[in-house]
Design a protein around this ligand. Structure first.
Ligand code: KIV
Ligand code: ZN
Length: 388
């Protein structure tokens, strides 16, 4: 089995559907271009049958994007699949992604169909999609709560019908990593034709486990992960792309997996998505939060000044951030102040460190965070005192 994990980004579909106001076609294209630069393998551009606007933006993205496969979502219904095929056919490489729910809760309460009927609909949808392309993905919606025997039957049937990727979503973010990893392992044990398709996962974050569940799935044989930038998506969101990519990169020696992600594009892409979607990123968010490479306590600041890896497991440069940030607060030591003044162009002989540090602590106790201009003002007043 390959150690290459495909990254399928659904920021423009699952992510966008959770926004209070939709993105314009131009904004969607801007995000798609950023995802292409980031090295995403598959960009899910939208749900073409859902509105004429979505159809047009999927078509526009399909025309412009050359280095990533462009996918569109469709229910397992002929009109949806045809709309997808029509919108995507201008693309260099495209994928039709069709889905139907498989859990008993959805099958009986939402679809109001028998399990046999649902299998028939899934098989027919995959066959119809294959008339447009060889690249067909089928998703078993709410797979995380689907009885394993029925799930295995569905996976086998859609692969036999021509699905080249089969996605196992934890649609409501209900499973735990051991449980979700076990579902993937059992599918490999039970489905005889499973090696004819790539097994994908799509985890929601309702219990904060989307990334952990995706990782457990990869360790049990999944080779595609569906995720979004900044983890945006329905309710508590989807697996966050930047976290998955940096887990696989930072722990490559232990885990042994590769992706095509150019991690240096992560910060820029995260900022673009946050701005266009009007979704601020929490400061302590892993990888892309404002504090992800900030150090506050004196002990940590001293450590990173001596050796960066004391408190950083990846470099800020590796995700496209120029450098880490040492917050100047009352918890900072003399060495941080000296280091910052050096960076600002001052020589040790330009000031009296003890006097500046005492003034700094006094100010930090009053205002919390001390900025470069505060430090320079302290230096200025200190010099004035000496000149008098
Ligand atoms: O969460 C989900 O199950 C989905 C499918 C349509 C893949 O978004
Ligand atoms: Zn989803």
């Amino acid at each position: 089995m390959t150690n290459q994990v495909k990254i399928f980004d659904t920021t423009l579909r699952d992510g966008e559907q959770a926004l209070s106001a939709s993105l314009s076609a131009k904004e969607k294209l801007q995000i798609a271009q950023a995802l292409e630069r980031l090295g995403v393998d598959i960009i899910e551009a939208g749900f073409p049958v859902s509105s004429p606007g979505d159809f047009k933006s999927v078509q526009m993205i399909a025309k412009e994007i050359k280095n990533s496969t462009v996918a569109g979502l469709s229910r397992a219904l002929p009109a949806d699949i045809d709309a997808c095929g029509e919108a995507l056919k201008v693309a260099e490489q495209f994928r039709i992604h069709t889905f139907i729910a498989t859990s008993e809760i959805h099958v009986s309460n939402k679809l109001k169909k028998s399990q046999d009927d649902v299998v028939d609909m899934a098989v027919a949808a995959v066959k119809r999609a294959r008339n447009y392309t060889d690249d067909v993905e089928f998703s078993c919606e709410d797979a995380g709560r689907t009885e394993i025997g029925y799930l295995a039957r569905m996976v086998e049937a859609v692969i036999a019908a021509g699905a080249t990727t089969v996605n196992i979503p934890d649609t409501v973010g209900y499973t735990t990593p051991t449980e979700f990893g076990g579902i993937i392992r059992q599918l490999f044990e039970r489905v005889p034709n499973i090696d004819k398709a790539t097994i994908s996962v799509h985890c929601h974050n309702d219990l904060g486990l989307a990334v952990a569940n995706s990782l457990a799935a990869i360790e049990n044989g999944a080779r595609q992960v569906e995720c979004t930038i900044n983890g945006i998506g329905e309710r508590a969101g989807n697996s966050s792309l930047e976290e998955i990519a940096m887990i696989l990169q930072t722990r490559q020696a232990m885990l042994g997996f590769e992706t095509n992600i150019n991690s240096k594009e992560i910060s820029r892409t995260s900022k673009l998505v946050s701005q266009l979607c009007n979704m601020p990123v929490q400061a302590n968010k892993a990888i892309v939060g404002a504090n992800a490479f900030s150090h506050s306590s004196g002990i940590h600041q001293d450590g990173v000044l001596k050796a960066q890896n004391t408190y950083e497991i990846m470099t800020p440069e590796s995700v496209g951030i120029n450098k880490n940030n040492l917050n100047m607060t009352s918890r900072s030591g003399r060495h941080v102040i000296k280091h910052r003044l050096q960076e600002l162009g001052y020589k040790d002989t330009d000031y009296d460190l003890e006097a500046i540090y005492a003034a700094f602590l006094n100010l930090a106790d009053k205002k919390g965070q001390v900025y470069d201009y505060d430090l320079e003002a302290l230096l200025f007043f200190d010099q004035q005192k000496h000149d008098q």
